[in-house]
Ligand binder design. Structure first.
Ligand code: HEM
Length: 173
């Protein structure tokens, strides 16, 4: 009944498409360790937990989901999912994400070794999205020397220039 049961890896793991090999260091299930740190000039500093799943099905594209939770109540918070594409035979990366806040964004950038830096090229939002609106987003992902994944997100809004909003380190689980 489930189409995913038709995928060959329901029997054996998919062979990684060589196009996505430069991003293979991102693959896996990751959990914040320690909790993430949220900041912004207009916000009280906050902490959050986050589960990340980055996978592939043998296509030249990665699938991702980032699901954040309140550190005390475990209530779901920010959620996003999408795809990461590589331009074949280059280090050019495109990141496409749909978020529970009602925005959809495309970021582009480059992977260099175990570091991925991307910047928004377009952001669309639902007509009744909460204000202030985000106008620009940049992210950096890297695998640190301890084998942990790190994500740093900065953003500009209609009221604030580009400033860091998130920093988080994840351990592989
Ligand atoms: C607030 C954008 C990811 C937690 C905000 C605001 C914006 C924003 C525009 C309003 C800032 C202001 O009032 O001046 C984004 C974008 C994200 C993102 C574009 C991803 C690319 C996250 C994540 C968390 C988070 C992963 C983790 C829980 C919060 C909290 C606030 C906030 C707690 C303040 C309360 C609220 O407005 O809900 N974010 N955010 N954000 N963000 Fe994020």
């Amino acid at each position: 009944p489930y189409l995913s049961s038709l995928l060959p890896f329901s029997r054996e793991p998919p062979t990684m498409n060589p196009v996505v090999e430069p991003l293979s260091w991102m693959l896996g299930t990751w959990l914040s360790d320690p909790p993430g740190a949220g900041t912004f000039p207009t916000l009280q500093p906050f902490q959050y937990l986050e589960e990340v799943c980055i996978s592939h099905v043998g296509q030249p594209v990665l699938n991702f989901s980032f699901n954040a939770f309140h550190p005390d109540t475990r209530k779901p918070m920010h959620r996003e999912c999408g795809f990461i594409r590589l331009k074949p035979d280059t280090n050019k990366v495109a990141f496409v994400s749909a978020q529970n806040t009602g925005i959809v964004e495309v970021e582009e950038g480059e992977v260099n070794g175990q570091e991925l830096c991307i910047t928004s090229h377009s952001i669309a939002r639902i007509s009744f999205a909460k204000e202030p609106h985000v106008e620009q987003i940049t992210r950096k992902f890297r695998l640190n020397s301890e084998g942990k994944l790190e994500q740093t997100v900065s953003m500009a809004t209609t009221t604030q220039p580009m400033t860091q909003h998130l920093h988080i380190t994840y351990k592989r689980v």
